[in-house]
Design a protein around this ligand. Structure first.
Ligand code: 2BA
Length: 94
């Protein structure tokens, strides 16, 4: 199994969760803050079978779009989502 950690811009969170739920994927939503911009974002934890990873990543990609923001004189390109896929040693629901 894999644990997908997706850091998503807040404006896309509701749509992503709705789309994941529609496909019966379980997800946990955590409020988080970007270290660089110090503004709110959302971290989603999604545990899935290995074969589901591609599908989950596609669902996230569909709703999350990158955008440009200004920080001082700098223009930053914030990704729609930052995704980590980790091997999960064990998964239990008790
Ligand atoms: P923030 O840390 O607030 O970063 C927001 C955006 O600022 C980044 O977008 C990137 O365009 C820029 N940025 C971040 N650190 C920078 C630096 N040291 N120098 C110049 N520009 C920098 P994204 O890369 O799309 O990241 C969006 C959010 O995803 C981040 O918010 C952070 O919360 C998370 N993130 C991204 N990469 C990560 C990583 N390797 N580990 C943990 N969290 C990460």
């Amino acid at each position: 199994m894999k644990l997908i950690i997706a850091i998503v811009q807040d404006e896309f969170t509701n749509q992503v969760i709705k789309d994941l739920m529609a496909k019966k994927y379980r997800t946990t939503k955590l409020s988080s803050t970007g270290g660089f911009l110090k503004s709110g974002n959302t971290t989603l934890l999604i545990g899935v079978d290995n074969r589901e990873v591609k599908n989950v990543v596609s669902i996230i990609e569909e709703s999350c779009k990158s955008k440009k923001v200004n920080k001082g004189k700098e223009e930053l390109n914030i990704g729609g989502a930052t995704i980590f896929v980790l091997n999960m040693e064990d998964y239990k629901r008790i």
